[in-house]
Structure formats: structure tokens, C-alpha cells
Design a protein around this ligand. Sequence first.
Ligand code: G1P
Ligand code: ZN
Length: 545
Amino acid sequence: MTTINTIKTNPYTDQKPGTSGLRKKVKVFQQTHYLANFVQSVFNSLETCDGKILVLGGDGRYFNREAIQIIIKLALANGFAKLIIGQGGLLSTPAASHVIRKYKADGGLILSASHNPAGVDEDFGIKYNIFNGGPAPEKYTDAFFQHSLNISEYYLAEIADVDLDNVGSYNIAELEINIIDPVTDYAELMAEIFDFELLKQQLSSGEISLCFDAMHAITGPYAQRILVEMLGAPADSIINAEPLLDFGGGHPDPNLVYAKELADLMFSDAAPDFGAASDGDGDRNMILGNNIFVTPSDSLAIMAANATLIPAYKNGISGIARSMPTSQAPDRVAKAYNLPCFETPTGWKFFGNLLDADKITLCGEESFGTGSNHVREKDGLWAVLFWLNLVAVKKQPVAEIVQAHWQQFGRDIYSRHDYDAVETEIANEIFAHLIKLLPSLPIQVFGQYTVAYADEFCYTDPIDQSVSANQGIRIGFTNGSRIIFRLSGTGTVGATIRIYVERFSDDVSQHKADPQLALAELILLAEQLSELKQRTGRTEPTVIT
Ligand code: G1P
Ligand code: ZN
């Protein structure tokens, strides 16, 4: 008999999941009982754990292995029947989503702080995904939080640490432990979606040359298996391929600032045809061509417009969804093809119901997230393969595909400005000030911009009618331009203020414009309306994407 210990504990008051699960500094997670409290709260909020199957894996960052050992002991003590764990404790977020679906698990715990830096002084995170493979919707995460505020004990099995490094299946007491290769199931799924034969021809012959930046995070082994071993791309097509506990000290966020090595290459004379990067846990993507960067909003629109060229979507797509701050480029495609188009709050969890109900096939966010109904997470390598497949079929460089798209649909010039680590009190004051301003804004004229509406975004889920209020401030103009303000829900230090600006142009001469210049008037207006610079004392954003 395995001994199950009841451990007395006290609640922590800060275990409220954010945009994407609970994210804190590693040192916070290492406090006595902290991780166990949260996991037990998740388990307590489930109807029962008895006989259930749970998937477990993470992005391999510092504290991943330790956390997995603690969770195994909690899962056994709480009555789970089976744990499916990625070898080495690894599973990319989209792979975890797929494994939950494929093996009909009841849910999964994914250990990751996504693109946040890793290491002893950096970030860790944990989130629960439900049976459909998607992040737990708010009614679940609210329940986790409530349980965490009332917890008084948790249950821990007294067993030795489990060997995570050998694939295989065995039992510890009544619990079946199944250690799986983290890549195999995912790679098989990709081969079902895309034209691997065509890709193999063009990647192995050098007809398409590529550089994929794994940023020393989880996608290294996935890219190695799929792009190199299965599709024949040269081994040196992958850079920063080795996953490291601290992601090499970098910030594994695939954008032009943090994936600088790749960006520099793609804008040089030595640029290959195609460039891409993914983030810490493999769900984000950045797409580049020779001397061109594709904004995530445009990427979603272009994918939607060309979806029927990809084997899995050859019969068409049912609809598109984008998060509210994502540009309106996908809406133009939806309109042209007579497809339903949904605007959801920020965070992948809001796409789950629409995908399950087959209201949409493709969805995406401006924050380098794109995905489809193949899993219930955004998926970095899927997006890379989608673009490669497009380039291979169209036999056109990325830049030509993008310019042809703008010619047909017009261009939504877009940029996001982030102000990181603002004092929480000041950030709250800025938002209070903006909210007070909203009613007075409509029909005011600012230069060439007339305000059409100004509100706080509130979403009613069309499937279950659940309401999510306070999802960001929208100021829309009569010419379709927008300014959006949001507070980040994933930061771990102070508050991060995000300002999103976009302007539509169907003037072809604007199609080469630098977004910062083309948007200068709107950016200035956003700063003036929010009084951001005076109130924070900042002179410029931390990151511009
Ligand atoms: C950020 C992104 C959001 C994404 C989330 C998780 O959240 O903006 O689109 O879903 O990371 O990857 P935020 O920090 O803005 O709340
Ligand atoms: Zn991520």
C-alpha cells in the first residue's frame, strides 16, 4: 500500500490565473506548499479525480522537472488512474493539447510561462487544460482561485521520484504512468494536415531555403524531427535548437526584438527564402520572408484567404475568429468569402467553444498566435508548416504573397506598443482616467480622425452565453482605424500596458510604408488621450511589435 499523507496548509491569496494560467517568479512557486496548494485547488474544483486520465508536460524551463514530481505525487494521492507524461517532462503546449485529445484524457497540466524568460530568478507557470485540449475557460479558473483561497490541506503520495527519461508504461500502486515521446504524436498530426511529400521535395532540394529559430526552447526537438528528419531540410536550418533550462538567458518571444539573430539574417543579403521562430512553449510563431516580416494579423488573414491550398482545409473553412486587439485584416477576408468572423477577448481560451461548435476553423491573435481546429491551443510549428506549404504550392516568395494579398484586400497597417513593469497603481490610474474619458469621445475630431465609438470591450460567448466584461478599451474611428488599450494578464512584475494601433489603407503606395511612420499620428493621439508619458515618466515603449 502506498502511504497517502494529508498535509496541512494555509491559503496563498495570489493564485488567481491570468490570461494563460498562473504565472509567477520561480521563487514564488518554490515557497512551501505553493505549487501543491494550486494543483490541489485545481483537483478540488473537478467533480472527481477518481479514475481520470491526466496529461502532464512542460516547456522544460527551470523547475519543470521538480514540479512534475510534485504533481505526480498529488495525482496519485487524489485518485487519478493514469498519467500521460512527455519524456523528460517535456511537451510543447500544442502537443499537450493534441495528446489530451488523441488519448481522450480528462485534462492536462501544462508547465510553462510561455515566452517569459526562465531560470532561478525568472518565471514559471502552470495551467490546466480541459478534455477538449483547450485552456480552462473562466468558470474553471475562477473556481481554481476560489478553492485556493479556502484550501487547508492537500494529499501527497509517499513514493520515490518517477523516472521521466525512459519511454514506457508501468504502474505505481493504482496509478498507471505512461511516459511518451513528446514529438511523435504531434509530428503524425502535422503529416496529416500538410502536404509532406511536396514539402520534402522542396526543402530537401533547397528549392525553399529556411532558417527556424527555436530560441533554446521547446520547439528544438520538434523542428529537428519534422523539418530536418522528416522533411529533409539541412540540419543547419535550425538555430538555437538545443532546449536549455534558462533558454540560454534569452527572452523566448518570437518577435523582431527578441529573435534578433533571425531578424538580422532575414533582412540581410544572405537571407534564405523563409524564416520563422517559436516561443518558450511552442505555441507562438513569427513568420518572415526574404526581407519581409509578416505581422501576425496579416498572417491569419493570408492563411484564411489561401486555406483551400492546404490538404486539411481543401474543402474550405467554416469561419474565422480573431482576438479583439488583432487587426481587422482577417475580417476583410471573411467578408469577401462570406465567412462568419468573430471578435473575442484576448487569450486562446475564448476560441475553444467556437472551435468545438465548428463555427470557426482558423483563429489568431496579434501576439504571434495562430491556430486551427486541429488542436485547442495556438500552434507555432503548425503555422510555420502552413506558410511553407503555401510557399511550396504557390511557388512565390513570401513578399509576393503578402503584397498580392494587400493589393486584393488593402493593408491594415498595425503596431503594438508595450510599456512593461509600470507601477500597478499608476497603470490603474491611467485606465480609470481613460474609462472616465470614454463617453465624451464619440464624434470628437482629432486631425484626420473622427471618433465613431469608444467603449470597454465586453464579450458574450455565442455558444454558452457567458459574459466576459472589461476586456480592454476600444476607440474606433469613422475611417476604420482603431486605438486599443489593455492591461496585460501574463506579466509577473507590476503592470504592462499595451497600446494597439491600426489604420486601413487601400492605397498601393502605402504598401511599403513603415508602420511607425504611417501610424505616427494615431500613436501620438493614444499617448495624449491616456496621458501615459506624463503619468509614467516613460519616454518610449519597452517593446514595439
Ligand atoms: C499575452 C498576449 C495574448 C496571449 C497571451 C498568452 O497576454 O497578448 O494575446 O493570448 O499572452 O500567450 P497579455 O499579456 O496581453 O494578457
Ligand atoms: Zn507560448
